[in-house]
Design a protein around this ligand. Structure first.
Ligand SMILES: [Zn+2]
Length: 1015
């Protein structure tokens, strides 16, 4: 092929010698939109993962380049130079974690020049969070926080407000992304690439890749967003990629050189543009000029784009221009088109008939649990920092905030990064936690001392916390001795409502008693610790702390704490000095020493019935609500799919099961039943590496199931996925419900999708959905709900059944880029073994219509557990000299339990950020889904409020300005929308806040002086 072309060019030179000269070509790059033509919007971008194959810092400075030659510093340096060269060139930047790293090292002169680029629109920040977050596995509160952090940086440094959501790489897209993290941020549009391959094929055919998306049934059109799905991926059409080593033919327009190809390349361009225009509504199409870690030598891209704009526009068949997603959005809006309506979400994502990306819903379950725990802790720590008052000093929570923000990245909490990168995320959070732990201790210390002190003096009380309490490791509680010192337990409730909670701490002595803050002895119970816990405690306490723990404590001491809203109460644990006053020891018996064929446990309304023969749970019986449900719980192991050579394997992203088998309780270790006044427990060792404790509290009507899974054996040479399954006889008609990032529940129908006729290829993996808060099924009379303590994958594969994948370990890579098998190992000294996880789920059966209230209220309690801190002192002296009970609101006030305080954070002296969230959806319950008036919350808050300003969700603009600015889109909806309710403006005099179902309202409060409610 090369010879004829050369010959032709050679002849061109021969026939017109006078035209043979080469000189500077002033490329005309100034094109703007031309009406009546196909407009190709060049969007120069680089997709920079905030950690994946390398850590965030390695990606930034170009370290560890043997893994991948990627250096974001190069990207930003070279892009800025290219933008300075030509004022028509544009670039978008997305990940503020990287931009901040670059920005703080620039000179003031450079900063001024870059501000000029931002002001002129050459450089635009879009999305603007710290990272491009995952959409399946994070909690919505984390997503709001990580975006708020990035948006604050952009506002503070550049005075800009991002207009576009840019979630181009996440593996499926959540409803919460559309309405909450899109529309409620004030975004005018949202763009991404990855949707199910069947969905994409249909949308390409129907020209429905661009839609108006209503993510929330409750907020409907008041929170909708224009959404663009790319026709293929987030890279340019084939033949138009121009990184230094890319193989696309560049434009060669020097007539003195061989291979002159201007016409050929222009024709290629026009053909590619028309092909895309054929699947796109209106005359505007977007070309994503870039992909992962591109523009390390930006000029190689801009040189080609300059030429294309120059020559293609000279040609005139189509028009091409430097653009941004905002300009593209405005052009789409100006076209005045009616857009198809999209509801629900884009889960699960499959890129191939055997490749459902539903494994990552569970990948790295310990890290997912850590992120969730720290998320709740960060929420509580901000409250305590505010109650203490920062007095003008910088927040001590910055490191944790930053680490948690980065952990929301789509290769972080998703579990799809390499092992050393996972360790890096965990280390960052750990460092942040250490700082936060000190702050929490000093804030609680300060609040307990504030009766006598004047809010200034140094704090003498040292309060310890136990981050390893979940594995029964807590040095301060394990050593209650017989001297005069009591263990002082300060229990803080981060929720806005009053709360009764059983607190459990490990103790070594059985001769202890518990007193409340008035010195009155309260009921308590000792629950013996059993074997599974002890193994995990020994190994993991050493792995975390560096030293082997002291002797195993013998018991959990349980007592019921009654806690005020946003406040604490104090309890005292001491050696019982009178006979008969000691805590009550649980009665223990095993299945072997009972004659009955069934055993019932539960000291309160809820009873669980177990079969003695099989050891299985068989019935859930609620004496108050009269629910009586046949129910079985078992563990399943998935065999993994074939090896990756021929067919798809399960891996960090993909779930590809190849049959399952049940974990049989072989009866080698009989169930143990423990009973007492506050709680009953059933301990079961199901096989050598799976055990569970089923717990029923007197005051709760749900069962708490704590599981210990691991190390998963690898004797099969492929690995395993571990699932728990709850079976009932309910007739659930293929239907189940899973939450979107812990917020709205979305209806799922097995083997069905709302937007197309599903071809079912993977009946298990293709029916898995992300579960962050919970999953439920219902029939004509009953609802079965399961709540979780971290994100997992879940489904209902058979009517009446719910299943959750809890752990996975595997020896094949799924070939989606991470290039490493998901085989998590924990090492202590030189001994390594597979990861063991300890987690909880919460199970309840309700009469139909009663479940929502429990899911929402208890869901919030799981997210925000009681924070406990300890010290040792003489109990009566403490009671006299310290504040024993504190509340950040008037303790006689309690928020209704359909309203959560999801942010209470001091920004600087006299300024507070407050977010209130309505927890219920429209239509869930008749009486609690109306607009709630949070009438006296603000006036009862700890501070005297001067001024209240309502803000957008990411707190970077006034809500009223967002409303004015927001683009209004025409929707081709088949049905009229039912009326949507929103809360009205806050009256500055009476401070009443109205919250409509699923509404979150963000306020900036100016306050004058603190007032403390103490006793
Ligand atoms: Zn990515």
């Amino acid at each position: 092929m090369a010879f004829p072309l050369l010959f032709l060019l050679f002849c061109t030179f021969c026939s017109s010698p006078s035209a043979i000269y080469s000189t500077f070509i002033p490329y005309n790059t100034s094109a703007s939109v031309v009406s009546g033509k196909i407009n190709v919007h060049f969007v120069p971008h680089s997709h920079d993962d905030v950690g994946w194959l390398k850590t965030v810092d390695q990606y930034y400075f170009g370290g560890n380049n043997s893994i991948r030659g990627a250096c974001v510093q190069n990207v930003l340096d070279s892009v800025m130079s290219s933008l300075f060269e030509d004022k028509n060139r544009k670039f978008i930047y997305v990940e503020m974690a990287f931009f901040q790293r670059w920005w703080r090292q620039q000179s003031s002169g450079m900063k001024e020049r870059v501000k000029g680029l931002v002001n002129s629109g050459q450089l635009e920040f879009i999305n603007g969070g710290m990272c491009m977050h995952d959409e399946a596995t994070p909690h919505y509160i984390d997503l709001i926080d990580q975006t708020t952090l990035g948006h604050k940086f952009i506002k503070d440094e550049f005075g800009q407000i991002p207009r576009v959501g840019w979630q181009i790489d996440p593996f499926g897209h959540s409803a919460v992304q559309a309405y909450l993290l899109g529309a409620e941020f004030g975004f005018d549009s949202l763009f991404f690439a990855r949707i199910d391959y069947q969905d994409r094929a249909k949308r390409l055919q129907d020209k429905t890749l661009e839609v108006v998306w209503r993510g929330s049934q409750s907020l409907g059109s008041t929170s909708q967003i224009f959404t663009g799905i790319f026709p293929r991926h987030y890279d340019p059409p084939d033949g138009f990629t121009f990184e230094i080593n890319d193989v696309s033919p560049p434009i060669q327009d020097d007539v003195l050189l061989f291979d002159y190809n201007v016409q050929e390349r222009v024709s290629d361009f026009v053909a590619a543009a028309l092909a895309q225009a054929n699947v796109t509504r209106t005359n505007h199409i977007m070309w994503l000029m870039g992909t992962d870690f591109r523009y390390q030598y930006a000029n190689s891209w801009y040189r080609q784009m300059d030429k294309f704009i120059h020559y293609v526009n000279q040609d005139g068949r189509v028009n091409v221009l430097y653009s941004t997603p905002s300009m593209y959005t405005d052009a789409k809006h100006a076209a005045n088109e009616e857009w198809p309506l999209k509801t629900g979400d884009f889960f699960p994502y499959a890129d191939h008939q055997n490749a459902y990306w539903t494994g990552y819903f569970t990948s790295r379950p310990a890290f997912k649990g850590f992120v969730r725990t720290m998320s709740g802790y960060y929420l509580a720590a901000r409250q305590l920092e505010f109650f203490r008052g920062r007095s003008g000093v910088a927040s001590k929570l910055g490191v944790l905030a930053d680490a948690l923000a980065i952990a929301q990245h789509h290769d972080a909490v998703s579990g799809t990064q390499r092992q050393h990168v996972a360790a890096d995320y965990a280390l960052r959070i750990s460092i942040g936690y250490k700082e936060a732990e000190k702050l929490v201790a000093s804030s609680l210390g300060f609040l307990t001392e504030s009766r006598s002190s004047t809010r200034q003096g140094s704090i003498s009380t040292e309060l310890e916390q136990c981050p390893l309490l979940n594995i029964s490791y807590c040095p301060p509680t394990e050593s209650i001795s017989s001297d005069e010192q009591s263990l002082v337990v300060v229990a803080y409730n981060p929720l806005g409502w009053k709360r009764e909670e059983v607190i459990r701490i490990p103790v070594s002595s059985e001769n202890v008693e518990v007193r409340d803050s008035n010195g009155i002895q309260i009921e308590s119970q000792l629950v013996p610790l059993l074997n599974a816990t002890s193994r995990v405690r020994t190994i993991y306490a050493k792995a975390y702390t560096g030293h082997f723990p002291s002797e195993m404590p013998k018991y959990w001491l349980a007592f019921s704490a009654s806690l005020p809203p946003l406040g604490f109460n104090t309890y005292f644990v001491s050696v019982a000095n009178q006979t008969g006053s000691s805590s009550i020891l649980s009665l223990v018996h095993t299945a072997e020493n009972t004659k009955a064929r069934t055993v019932e446990v539960g000291p309160g309304n809820l009873k669980l019935r177990f079969s003695v023969d099989s050891g299985e749970l068989t019935h859930f019986i609620n004496g108050r609500s009269l629910v009586h449900c046949f129910l079985k719980l078992k563990f399943l192991i998935s065999n993994l799919g074939p090896s990756p050579c021929f067919l798809q394997a399960s891996g960090a992203y993909v779930f590809r099961p190849n049959g399952t088998f049940t974990v049989k309780n072989l009866g080698q270790v009989p169930s143990t039943f423990l009973r007492g006044p506050l709680l009953d427990e059933v301990h079961q060792q199901l096989n050598p590496w799976i055990s569970q404790v089923t717990r029923v509290y007197k005051g709760k009507e749900h069962a708490e199931i704590e599981f210990v899974i691991g190390p998963i054996p690898l004797d099969d040479g492929t690995g395993k996925e571990i699932t728990t399954q709850i079976k009932t006889t309910m007739k659930t008609n293929k239907t189940f419900y899973t939450d979107s990032n812990g917020r709205d529940f979305i209806k799922r129908v097995r083997d069905q999708r709302t937007d197309w006729d599903l071809e079912v290829n993977q009946p298990v993996a293709g029916n898995y959905y992300p579960v962050n808060l919970g999953i439920y099924v219902e029939d004509d009379t009953t609802e079965l709900s399961v709540l979780v303590d971290r994100s997992v994958g879940g489904s209902s594969l058979v009517d009446g059944q719910i299943e959750l994948m809890l752990h996975r370990r595997m020896l094949h890579d799924d070939m989606r880029g991470v290039g490493e098998v998901l085989n998590e190992i924990v090492c202590v000294l030189d001994e390594c073994e597979g990861l063991t996880i300890v987690g909880k789920m919460f199970l309840r059966v309700d009469q139909l219509g009663e479940g929502a209230k429990w899911r929402r209220t208890v869901g919030q309690e799981i997210y925000s557990p009681v924070l406990v801190a300890f010290t040792k002192q003489d109990a009566s002296k403490w009671m006299e000299s310290h504040v024993n009970s504190f509340s950040g609101v008037d303790p006689s006030y309690s928020l209704p339990n359909n309203v959560a305080v999801i942010t209470l954070q001091e920004l600087k002296v006299g300024e507070v950020l407050l977010r209130l969230a309505h927890l219920y959806e429209v239509c869930t319950l008749s009486n609690v889904t109306d607009v709630v008036n949070v009438d006296s919350f603000l006036s009862n808050l700890f501070i005297q409020i001067g001024k209240v300003t309502e803000l957008s969700l990411s707190a970077n603009q006034k809500r009223s300005e967002l409303e004015k600015r927001r683009l209004v889109w025409k929707v081709a909806a088949k049905e009229e929308e039912s009326k949507v309710v929103r809360g009205g403006a806050v009256d500055p005099d009476n401070l009443v806040v109205e919250l409509a179902p699923m509404e979150i309202r963000t306020f900036f409060l100016n306050f004058d002086s603190p007032q403390i409610y103490v006793s």
